[in-house]
Design a protein around this ligand. Structure first.
Ligand SMILES: NC(=O)C1=CN([C@@H]2O[C@H](COP(=O)(O)OP(=O)(O)OC[C@H]3O[C@@H](n4cnc5c(N)ncnc54)[C@H](O)[C@@H]3O)[C@@H](O)[C@H]2O)[C@@H](O)CC1
Ligand SMILES: Nc1ncnc2c1ncn2[C@@H]1O[C@H](COP(=O)(O)OP(=O)(O)O)[C@@H](O)[C@H]1O
Ligand SMILES: [K+]
Length: 478
């Protein structure tokens, strides 16, 4: 499990550690790790550190201090290091002295050429959009320079990933002690480049504010058939989806459920012919199920079917798409079994009564807000998919922008429904489904399976995502 900790938690751990260490020791550790990464990048780029041009954008706080101390280390190895303070009257005094002692210099404006720029404007102390003096320096970053963000790209909110106004886009981010949520959640996440974690000895609580599952976590959670399994014990998924207008949504949700490991899938709705033509395995009509999936492609005027599924209070229910319209928090809160809501930003915005842009700019607040309001697990789809349940939020590390294609959300809801029927909690079913769906998207697109959200590969259609799910299972199980 990869974890990310809030600013408050990181600061508390820092305080505790600082009390036990000589003054400046923590910053020295951070700067040493930062300088080592920069040296490695310069060596890769130019063959050596000696003679390379390094520019430090130095903010007024400790983030600037880290950059200055790291710059001093690079200067001692022969780099030509120039610090540009955001505010010359407020620059980290110890860092400045160290840089000067190592032969570095200070300039008022950003040099026109640089091999590497260290962004030390703001770190976990940054608040709101970058102030004009900081934004002006960011604008002047020379084209072609490698940009290394210190702790996090300046202008990104460490706790939420929100970006209000200008912000640095880094090639590499060197973060200290722990990942911060803003490095993993868009729009911040798309500004970090590759993230490198430098341990500084922080002792952090077991439970993080944000988690990201990895292969081994998913493998542990996957419901697998055993020797005593039969189709009922593996879980029957009831799919209430599709309409005359959108029969394909039913086919795709069923595909996701079958490939998600359901023992059987029951289809309820007007698209039975289309479903059976594609999947003769499917049972048609109501009957006992271990989880319901309601909503994909329902169209309007089908609220009674959504209510009926939710009224089955002891059966887990996933509500997606049209099923989410006007969903009553009291009805969901009254349920005993798991409820998983899977909105995209537009549907989440409608449920919260805010503009879609507000959800996209503040994804963490939106997913937490919905989970709190409905007392349910919520999977918020999009460039970074978040799953909130019981106070914990998980960010999905797999996926590809190629998944932004009609019907891929329907496959996801069927898949998550199968995992609910297999006995996973709402939060686990959502996180595991997003993980497998993201991997399947990458396999279908021919994009690399590892690394951050990759744009490699070619267009995919939703059916191919469903067809690639077995490959995703196999890769997770190793
Ligand atoms: N506390 C510690 O023990 C350690 C801290 N470290 C570094 O210290 C950083 C935190 O330092 P600080 O608490 O001094 O905070 P920062 O250096 O992140 O930022 C605070 C400063 O930036 C200014 N500022 C805030 N928002 C701004 C905005 N939107 N535009 C322009 N300026 C803005 C503030 O006026 C303040 O002077 C971490 O991110 C990390 O880089 C590391 O050295 C590791 C150890
Ligand atoms: N920019 C993006 N990057 C990665 N994944 C995305 C992006 N945009 C959307 N997705 C994913 O694509 C799927 C689209 O689902 P949804 O919006 O419900 O579409 P539909 O209703 O057509 O099925 C979701 O899994 C979502 O997380
Ligand atoms: K920074």
């Amino acid at each position: 499990m990869r974890t990310a900790y809030s600013v408050e938690t990181v600061r508390a751990a820092e305080r505790e550690l600082m009390a036990r260490l000589p003054e400046g020791a923590l910053m020295a550790r951070a700067a040493a790790g930062l300088a080592a990464v920069c040296a490695e990048l310069l060596a890769r780029r130019r063959g050596r550190v000696y003679g390379s041009r390094v520019v430090l954008l130095a903010g007024p706080g400790d983030n600037g201090g880290d950059a200055l101390y790291a710059g001093a280390r690079l200067a001692r190895r022969g780099a030509a290091v120039t610090a540009v303070p955001m505010d010359p009257a407020r620059i980290h005094p110890g860092g400045l002295a160290a840089l000067r002692a190592a032969g570095g210099r200070v300039a008022e404006s950003v040099p026109a050429r640089a091999d590497l720029v260290l962004d030390g404007l703001t770190g976990i102390g940054g608040r709101g959009g970058l102030r004009p003096a900081a934004a002006a320096l960011v604008e002047r970053i020379p084209a072609g320079a490698l940009v290394v963000a210190v702790d996090l790209p300046s202008g990104v909110d460490a706790d939420t990933g929100e970006v209000a106004g200008p912000a640095v886009s880094a090639d590499v981010t060197v973060t200290f002690g722990a990942y911060k949520p803003g490095l993993l959640i868009d729009p911040g996440a798309s500004r970090t480049g590759a993230v490198r974690l430098v341990p500084i000895g922080l002792e952090l609580p077991d439970r993080a504010e944000l988690e990201a599952l990895q292969h081994t976590d998913v493998a542990r959670l996957l419901p697998l058939p055993g020797s005593s399994s039969d189709k009922y014990r593996r879980g029957v998924v009831g799919v209430v989806a599709g309409s005359e207008q959108y029969p394909g949504a039913a086919v795709l949700a069923v595909a996701g459920a079958l490939r998600g490991g359901a023992g059987a899938v029951r289809y309820v709705g007007p698209a039975a012919d289309a479903v059976l033509a594609r999947y003769p395995e499917v049972l048609v009509g109501r009957g006992r199920v271990q989880a319901w999936v309601v909503g994909p492609g329902l169209g309007s005027g089908r609220a009674a079917e959504v209510e009926r599924a939710l009224a089955d209070r002891d059966v887990p229910v996933l509500v997606d798409a049209d099923g989410l319209r006007g969903l009553d928090p009291e009805v969901v809160r009254a349920r005993r079994a798991a409820t998983l809501l899977t909105p995209h930003a537009g549907e989440a915005a409608a449920l919260l009564g805010v503009a879609r842009e507000e959800v996209e700019a503040g994804r963490l607040a939106a997913v937490r807000g919905l989970a709190g309001r409905y007392g349910a697990a919520v999977l918020l789809k999009g460039a970074t998919t978040l799953v909130a349940s019981g106070g914990v939020v998980r960010v999905n590390p797999t996926g590809t922008p190629w998944l932004a294609t009609a019907g891929s959300g329907d496959v996801l809801s069927g898949l998550a429904g199968a995992l609910l029927a297999g006995g996973l909690s709402g939060g686990d079913a959502g996180a595991v489904a997003a993980y497998l769906h993201g991997l399947a998207g990458r396999f279908a697109a021919g994009a690399p399976a590892a690394g951050g959200i990759a744009a490699g590969g070619a267009p995919v259609v939703a059916q191919e995502v469903a067809a690639a799910l077995p490959e995703a299972w196999r890769s997770v199980r190793g």
